[in-house]
Design a protein around this ligand. Structure first.
Ligand SMILES: NC(=O)c1ccc[n+]([C@@H]2O[C@H](COP(=O)([O-])OP(=O)(O)OC[C@H]3O[C@@H](n4cnc5c(N)ncnc54)[C@H](OP(=O)(O)O)[C@@H]3O)[C@@H](O)[C@H]2O)c1
Length: 257
């Protein structure tokens, strides 16, 4: 039989409010990060969005509900300073990543692009976690972001697969090392953000159509779909050390891109 204490416990573990809490989203001014920032704000959090550019509100009025911070996550001392300035926080979400870049095949002589990608995605995620952790309040969490390439390599993207796999390994390891801080990773599938802006419009439309036709969810992912998953990970106090795929079923069907 359920006691009143059980019912209170159920209410507590299922509540999806972030009222009175501070959420920092590194990468939160665009794309998936902005979806996370919007959902966290709607759940009542004070949200700080951090990335290299600080956009004037006359150009980006959609950022008015967030505090903006300038941060290059490849610069460890800047990361440390930013988290010292922000002070106490409840949840960190790191969605930022370098542009996909043009490093070419594995056998290319120049490893500059590869180093840049790993420096940004992997060591950047590492540095953010490292310097945010001392400021996290009790009950706090850290969420990283990877992508389907973590488990489904694609020709020409060895650096991305390697960086994503490394971030997922980091996530599991930190769930042990930083406990009881909870550490999780979201592995999204196709999400229709400006990250795809490098494609000519007709190619982007084709890609979206293929996703709608073939993914079991029969639609393209939205940034808020990932925000919804991040809210779950921030608010469910029993989830740690997990990789949550939010992909519309992408990995069940042949690759579309
Ligand atoms: N969209 C998809 O379909 C999809 C699917 C699976 C996985 N992913 C992965 O999800 C991540 C984000 O995707 P997205 O669609 O949100 O892309 P996005 O809109 O291009 O966002 C990337 C963000 O990272 C920030 N950033 C880049 N370098 C940074 C640095 N050194 N320090 C701090 N911030 C930095 C950028 O802001 P600034 O330029 O201001 O620094 C930007 O806000 C990527 O890892 C991507 O591979 C995306």
């Amino acid at each position: 039989m359920n006691t009143a204490a059980d019912r209170n416990e159920a209410a507590l573990t299922t509540q999806q409010t972030l009222a009175g809490q501070t959420v920092v989203v590194v990468g939160g001014k665009t794309g998936i990060g902005m979806g996370v920032a919007r959902v966290a704000r709607a759940a009542g959090a004070k949200v700080v969005v951090a990335s290299r550019r600080v956009a004037p509100l006359v150009e980006r009025s959609d950022l008015a509900e967030f505090a903006q911070v300038s941060l290059d996550m490849r610069d460890e001392s800047a990361v440390q300073q930013v988290f010292e300035e922000i002070g106490a926080l409840d949840h960190l979400v790191v969605t930022a990543a370098p542009d996909l870049g043009t490093w070419g095949s594995f056998m290319d002589a120049d490893m500059h692009g590869v180093r840049n990608y790993l420096e940004g995605k992997f060591l950047g995620s590492w540095a953010c976690a490292r310097h945010a952790a001392p400021h996290l309040r009790a009950g706090g969490s850290i969420t990283f972001l990877t992508g389907g390439m973590a488990v489904r390599p694609k020709l020409g993207f060895t650096a991305v697969t390697s960086a994503f796999a490394a971030v997922e390994a980091l996530s599991g390891s930190l769930a042990l090392e930083l406990a009881p801080i909870r550490i999780n990773t979201i592995r999204p599938g196709f999400v229709d953000t400006d990250m795809w802006g490098f494609l000519p419009p007709e190619h982007r439309d084709d890609l979206r159509k293929k996703v709608e036709d073939t993914f079991p969810a029969r639609r393209a992912g939205k940034a808020e779909d990932i925000g919804h998953a991040a809210l779950f990970l921030m608010t469910n106090s029993y989830v740690t050390g997990t990789v949550l795929e939010v992909s519309g079923g992408e990995t069940l069907v042949p690759s579309v891109s």
